[in-house]
Design a protein. Structure first.
Length: 95
């Protein structure tokens, strides 16, 4: 089994990636070019792919190259990075 976790550098995506790796699933994460993969640095078997979830060609290219059995979407849209707790709550309620 091979899994691709889009947004795998965030708290939720990284936790999913670490668990998948721990149970023996071939694990890959898709991360923005500007994103850090520090949460996964202790897990060398997890592959990291530069991927822009808002760009269909970027996603398509990664899917064709990787051919995952599973895809997990844990990326938060750019608009999801609200500056304060009130804005964040409004955003999440509108999803």
């Amino acid at each position: 089994m091979r899994v691709l976790i889009i947004g795998g550098n965030g708290a939720i995506g990284a936790a999913i990636a670490r668990h998948a790796d721990a149970v023996g699933i071939e694990t890959h994460v898709g991360v923005r070019a500007s994103a850090s993969t520090d949460r996964l640095s202790a897990h060398p078997r997890i592959g990291a792919w530069r991927l822009d979830a808002t760009d269909s060609e970027s996603v398509r290219g990664t899917l064709l190259a990787l051919q995952p059995d599973w895809i997990v979407m844990s990326a938060l849209p750019r608009a999801g990075h609200a500056a304060d707790s009130v804005s964040r709550q409004e955003l999440l309620l509108g999803m």
